[in-house]
Design a binder for this molecule. Structure first.
Ligand code: ZN
Length: 291
């Protein structure tokens, strides 16, 4: 099953993308794809509704905006340096334990939304990643049970402002958390349709040029280990998102670095999960009504 959310930013409604390509409004039956939805068996109810032919669900107009396929998550946990070639290009050594950091959930953004250069930023970078959405409350889970806690997978871009992240001291959060820095989608593919999350190609193109081209089998810590590992340190809630790290090829790793500029087009994809498309735009003051 492919879950979508549609409508204006901050007011998205739930829907589904059917196997025949039709996009159907599910808001008559479901409130949103949020913590409560996943916790209360929403995925099973949605599958039944789809199997019944989506009663009461109208087809969406082609021009309707898609938002991120799940509601703004309770937590957005990211994994740093999880691909060897990326860890090497950063030149900071190879970690033996998974490197964890948090990204502000206010960065949550839709699959085709613009990415905005933050005020004072000079080193905007892209990172294509496989995102994991948690389906059930998960604390200290064994690696062998971990994948059963996953609701689904989606393409994610961990946009990063390297000057804030690396040149201004302190911890990574301030370089990772600007508005629009966390686009996900275009849909959530349920876990039953992704039998092996370590067998997927992933790529990132900037203005059509392939910058990152790898596969998830190159993760140093696979998804099952990440879910288990993270759940040792914090309880993962239904709807939480884990961004599993990026392969080599980011702008910062190039000589000289090739950071993003206003007008650039960034396209990130993961095999079978669809492709994101972000146009880079200059800073403008955020509109609080859209959060
Ligand atoms: Zn990342």
């Amino acid at each position: 099953m492919r879950l979508i959310r549609f409508g204006d930013r901050g007011n998205e409604e739930p829907g589904v993308l059917l196997a025949d390509g039709r996009r159907v409004d599910a808001s008559a039956e479901f409130l949103d794809y949020d913590e409560g939805f996943f916790a209360m068996g929403g995925l099973e109810a949605l599958a039944e509704w789809v199997a019944d032919g989506c009663p009461g669900g109208a087809e969406l107009a082609p021009e309707v905006r898609l938002g991120p396929p799940v509601a703004r998550p309770p937590k957005l946990v990211c994994v740093g340096k999880n691909y060897l070639d990326h860890a090497k290009e950063l030149g900071e050594g190879i970690p033996t334990e998974p490197t964890l950091f948090m990204k502000a959930t206010s960065a949550w953004s839709g699959p085709y939304d613009e990415v905005m250069i933050p005020r004072g930023a000079t080193k905007l970078d892209y990172e294509v990643e496989l995102a994991v959405v948690i389906g059930r409350t998960t604390a200290d889970v064994d690696e062998r049970e971990a994948l059963a806690r996953v609701a689904g997978y989606a393409t994610f871009c961990d946009f990063s402002e390297r000057a804030f992240q690396k040149d201004m001291g302190g911890q990574w959060t301030k370089g990772k958390s600007a508005d629009t820095f966390a686009p996900m989608g275009p849909w959530l593919v349920t876990a039953d349709e992704v039998p092996d999350p370590q067998g997927l190609r992933l790529w990132c193109k900037v203005n059509g040029e392939v910058r990152q081209n790898s596969w998830t089998g190159d993760m140093m810590h696979p998804v099952r280990r990440l879910v288990s590992y993270i759940s040792r340190f914090m309880t993962l809630l239904p709807g939480d998102v884990i961004a599993t790290g990026t392969p080599g090829g980011v702008a910062m790793g190039m000589t000289p670095p090739r950071y993003l500029q206003a007008g650039d087009l960034v396209e990130c994809g993961v095999e079978g999960l669809g492709e994101l498309s972000q146009r880079v735009v200059a800073y403008r003051c955020p509109n609080p009504s859209t959060f």
